[in-house]
Design a binder for this molecule. Structure first.
Ligand code: HEM
Length: 335
């Protein structure tokens, strides 16, 4: 063997080893998109059909389901904990500030679960149903489709304090949001791509009205707001008005999953302060990702969104014989 071929051989071994270490060290490796191929082949069809039906009567359903998966994964990993109701042993995450009177779609998950239980009892976890529901919701709204890694098991505990502390709030600074993402292994590209989920769904006036009337204690509106957008928001969310009134997160195409969210940010039309703040420094690396996502027909954003959803869906899953497969997503099997 010549010295050049022996050195290329060593480089190959190093590369393969690094690749194996990377795969086995990541939670992606424990999950697989073919996990239920034998045990519950009808699963994806049920998920798609139930959401398509729910979307007919409530066009907001897909957005609410994507958010539920996010709120599940950021609190002790994607273990279905967000779905648990209060009980003798559980203090529900539903009572935490980011979820209370805000997180929704639980009844749709119940419908999916009961149909799945009739077809393949005791097989499919609620955590996996959430991940599949998020993908189906994006797809049904015109967004990308991707193979969802599965094999998560359900947790037997909830963490209300975790929900209060780990989930980003619309009043956090960009630094705090970045650190909440990096605490679960997600980087700035994930942050920008996943924030694109604000291309659909609604927010309550109370989630952003301080921007309209008292930005950072100035008693003035947030200067980064586009004036005509500001006027529209002020009309819908009057000072001292009902904080629970809903506004579209994306004023341009409210129920479609597309890349208008980024275009809105470029034009001072981000609804939450935390959305607009991503574009506060137009020369930053984050702003440059936003510019890329806004610049084409959405395909680059779609590709990145799918990758980041898989990254988010791989946060600390319970696998193997850890946890359980709940029969009812709202309660642990022993409770
Ligand atoms: C980056 C930090 C984030 C913050 C501060 C944030 C905050 C919020 C807030 C305040 C609302 C409105 C809640 C209400 O007023 O009731 C909301 C809605 C929503 N969020 Fe986020 N979010 C963030 C990231 C994400 C991520 C990563 C996803 C999903 C991948 C997501 C998906 C959604 C969706 C789809 C809605 C609309 C839900 C519906 O209409 O029911 N958000 N978010």
């Amino acid at each position: 063997m010549s010295s050049s071929s022996s050195s290329s051989c060593c480089i190959n071994i190093v590369l393969v080893t690094v690749a194996l270490l990377t795969v086995s060290g990541s939670s992606h490796a424990q999950l697989s998109s073919s996990f239920y191929d034998e045990s519950c082949p009808g699963l994806p069809d049920i998920v798609l059909a139930v959401i398509a039906q729910a979307q007919l009567s409530d066009p907001r359903t897909p957005a609410s389901l994507v958010r539920l998966h996010f709120h599940d994964c950021f609190v002790d990993g994607c273990d279905g904990s967000v779905l648990l109701d209060d009980s003798e042993t559980i203090v529900s995450e539903k009572g935490a500030t980011p979820n209370k009177n805000s997180a929704r779609g639980f009844d749709v998950i119940d419908d999916i679960k009961s149909q799945v239980e009739s077809l393949c009892p005791g097989v499919v976890s609620c955590a996996d149903i959430l991940a599949l529901a998020a993908e189906a919701s994006v797809f049904l709204s015109g967004g990308p489709s991707w193979d969802v890694p599965m094999g998560r098991r359900d947790g037997t505990t909830a963490n209300k304090d975790g929900a209060n502390n780990n989930l980003p709030t619309p009043f956090d600074t960009l630094d705090v949001i970045q650190s909440k993402f990096s605490a679960v292994g997600l980087d700035d590209t994930d942050l920008v791509a996943l924030s694109g989920a604000h291309t659909f769904g609604r927010a309550q006036c109370k989630s952003f009205s301080s921007r309209l009337y008292n930005y950072s204690g100035t008693l003035r509106p947030d200067p980064s707001l586009d004036p005509s957008y500001l006027a529209m928001l002020e009309e819908n969310c009057p000072r001292g008005g009902v904080g629970t009134t809903l506004k579209d997160l994306d004023p341009t195409t409210p129920d479609a999953f597309d890349n208008y969210y980024y275009y809105n940010l470029q034009n001072g039309r981000g609804l939450l302060q935390t959305d607009q703040e991503l574009y506060s420094d137009t020369s930053s690396p984050i702003a440059s990702i936003i510019d890329q996502y806004a610049s084409d027909d959405g395909s680059f954003f779609f590709e990145n969104f799918a990758v980041s959803m898989i990254n988010m869906g791989s946060i600390s899953p319970l696998t193997g014989s850890d946890g359980e497969v709940r029969f009812d997503c709202r309660k642990i099997n022993a409770g």
